[in-house]
Each structure stands twice: as structure tokens, then as C-alpha cells.
Design a protein around this ligand. Structure first.
Ligand code: C2E
Ligand code: CA
Ligand code: CA
Ligand code: CA
Length: 275
């Protein structure tokens, strides 16, 4: 049994070594990608509920790995945070997305995600402002999306950053609302311009009475506080009917378009409706 135990440890050790090596390789590759243009942005449409008029796009990062193909952000944002690469990555995302949006023929909105770590940089407003100045994108067209994790790490610093961003004319959305601890007090203390209802609720409005109640409550909350509400992850016509019936203003999800390279939306950008 002892020998067996030792073998087991050895196997465990080998697996650990392999995981560490893989991680080192991935970190090295991410560094290379950042330096050599291996990252891309895909864009997902956001539309007005009811009319389906295109309002803007959310930029979503993708990594085109030479061997592994297209890697979703779920697999490299955390790595970037843990290795300190996130600030270079975030800077790249902002600069690329803003310079792209500045070229659009219509003044559509651009939504960009910031990770909690990025949102803790005290000079964030200055850095964003420099990128806006450099790319020529008006601040009013930029919306920053953060999750509540970005706020709870250091509430007073987060509030200061948020107020300075707002003073510059940039709007702020609370992402994934309903999945964590963000409370009514958070919404009162932090002047968000928008709440994004997480797709785990939106996806169930037709099948789960509880999900429907939650979505209705968030919409009511937004209305009462004067905060716009976006429903994320809309995939079916039935969900649209529910959301329009509940006076939700904005929708985003595969039904209106999956995240794709901006070229795929050329027609839409020319003035055609998104659906
Ligand atoms: P998120 O900000 O909540 O983005 C929405 C995610 O839901 C995207 O996944 C999108 O592809 C997916 N989605 C949109 N509509 C639907 C739908 O109808 N059905 C389903 N099943 N999924 C839908 P993605 O692109 O894999 O991004 C995952 C997360 O990675 C994002 O979640 C965001 O938190 C993070 N992320 C993406 N890009 C960036 C970035 O540039 N910087 C940072 N810091 N984080 C990013
Ligand atoms: Ca988002
Ligand atoms: Ca989200
Ligand atoms: Ca999310």
C-alpha cells in the first residue's frame, strides 16, 4: 500500500509539473501574442428592444493561438491578471476598440470590459482619456463594463475612479448583475449608467418563474433608479417577447448576432437594421 501511495504521489507530481509547464508556455505565448498582434477583438451588437435598432457593440477579446486556434477570454484573462500582463492587454483592448469605433460611419456606442485588477489602477481615468484623445473617439461613445468584484476590492478607490470616468463623459455599466453580491446600496452609492442582467436569468425567463420574477424586479429597480437596463444572452423570440413586455430597453445576445470580427457587420453599419 505504501508503494502504491508513493506511485500515486509520483503521478500527482508529474501532473503538477505538466500543469506548471503548460502554464509557463501559455504565459510566454500570451506575452508573444501581445507583442506581435496575436490578439483580436470580436464585436457583439446591442439593439434597442422593440425596434431592434442597432445601438452599439461590445468588444470581446480573442486570442488566435498558432497551435490551439481561437482561445476564448475565459481561458486567458485570468492568466493575464495573475501574471501582470492584464494592464498591457487592457491597454491594447481599449486602444484597438476605440480606434476601430472612431472609424465607424455612425456614432454607435462602444462597450469595453475592464477586469477588476484593471479597475484598481488609480491612473485609469487618465490612461483612458489619453487613448480617447489619441484615437479621436468622443468619450460619450465609450461605455466601460465592470463587475461588482471590481468595486468590492477597494470601495473608496473604485468610487473615485468611477466618478472621474463619469466626469470625463464616459458611461459605466454594471456587468453580470444578479450573479454576485451587488446590492441596492451598491447601486445607490455607485452612479452606474446601466445594469446588464446576467444571461443566466435571461436564458430562463420562459422556463423558470423565479428567473422571470428576478428579471422583472431588476427592470423595476432600473426604472426606479433611472438606470438603463440591458438583457444579456437573449437567444429566443420568446425571451424578446417577455423582455419587451416588461419594458426592457436594450437587448444583446446570439439572436441578434454572435461576437464576430467587425467586418461581418459591414451591412449593419451601413444603416440596415440588426434584425
Ligand atoms: P461578459 O462581459 O459577460 O461577455 C458576455 C459573454 O457572453 C461573451 O463571452 C459572449 O460571447 C457571451 N454571449 C453573448 N451572447 C450570448 C448568448 O446569447 N448566449 C450565450 N450562451 N452566450 C452569449 P466571451 O466572449 O467568451 O467572454 C467571456 C468573458 O470574458 C466576458 O464576459 C468578460 O467578462 C471577459 N472578457 C471578454 N473580453 C474581455 C476584455 O477585453 N477585457 C476583459 N478584462 N475581460 C474580457
Ligand atoms: Ca461584458
Ligand atoms: Ca455579462
Ligand atoms: Ca461574465
Amino acid at each position: 500500500a505504501k508503494a502504491e501511495g508513493r506511485n500515486c504521489y509520483r503521478m500527482f507530481d508529474a501532473a503538477m509539473d505538466e500543469a506548471i509547464t503548460r502554464r509557463r508556455e501559455l504565459e510566454r505565448d500570451l506575452r508573444t501574442a501581445l507583442a506581435n498582434g496575436g490578439l483580436e477583438l470580436h464585436y457583439q451588437p446591442q439593439v434597442r428592444a422593440g425596434s431592434c435598432e442597432l445601438i452599439g457593440f461590445e468588444a470581446l477579446a480573442r486570442w488566435r493561438h498558432p497551435v490551439r486556434g481561437l482561445i476564448p477570454p475565459g481561458e486567458f484573462i485570468q492568466l493575464a491578471e495573475e501574471t501582470g500582463l492584464i494592464s498591457a492587454l487592457g491597454e491594447w483592448v481599449l486602444r484597438s476598440a476605440c480606434s476601430e469605433a472612431a472609424r465607424w460611419t455612425r456614432p454607435l456606442k462602444l462597450a469595453v470590459n475592464l477586469s477588476p485588477r484593471e479597475f484598481q489602477q488609480s491612473d485609469l481615468p487618465e490612461r483612458i482619456f489619453a487613448i480617447l484623445a489619441e484615437t479621436g473617439l468622443p468619450p460619450s461613445r465609450l461605455e466601460i463594463e465592470i463587475t461588482e468584484t471590481a468595486i468590492f476590492a477597494d470601495m473608496s478607490r473604485a468610487l473615485s475612479i468611477l466618478m472621474r470616468l463619469k466626469a470625463l463623459g464616459i458611461s459605466i455599466a454594471m456587468d453580470d448583475f444578479g450573479t454576485g453580491y451587488a446590492s441596492l446600496a451598491t447601486l445607490q452609492a455607485f452612479p452606474f449608467d446601466k445594469i446588464k442582467i446576467d444571461r443566466s436569468f435571461v436564458g430562463q425567463v420562459e422556463t423558470s418563474p423565479q428567473a422571470a420574477v428576478i428579471v422583472r424586479a431588476v427592470l423595476g429597480l432600473g426604472r426606479s433608479l433611472g438606470i438603463g437596463v440591458v438583457a444579456e444572452g437573449v437567444e429566443t423570440a420568446g425571451q424578446v417577447r417577455f423582455l419587451v413586455g416588461e419594458n426592457c430597453e436594450e437587448l444583446q445576445g446570439y439572436l441578434f448576432g454572435k461576437p464576430q470580427p467587425i467586418e461581418s457587420f459591414a451591412e449593419v453599419m451601413g444603416g440596415r437594421q440588426a434584425c
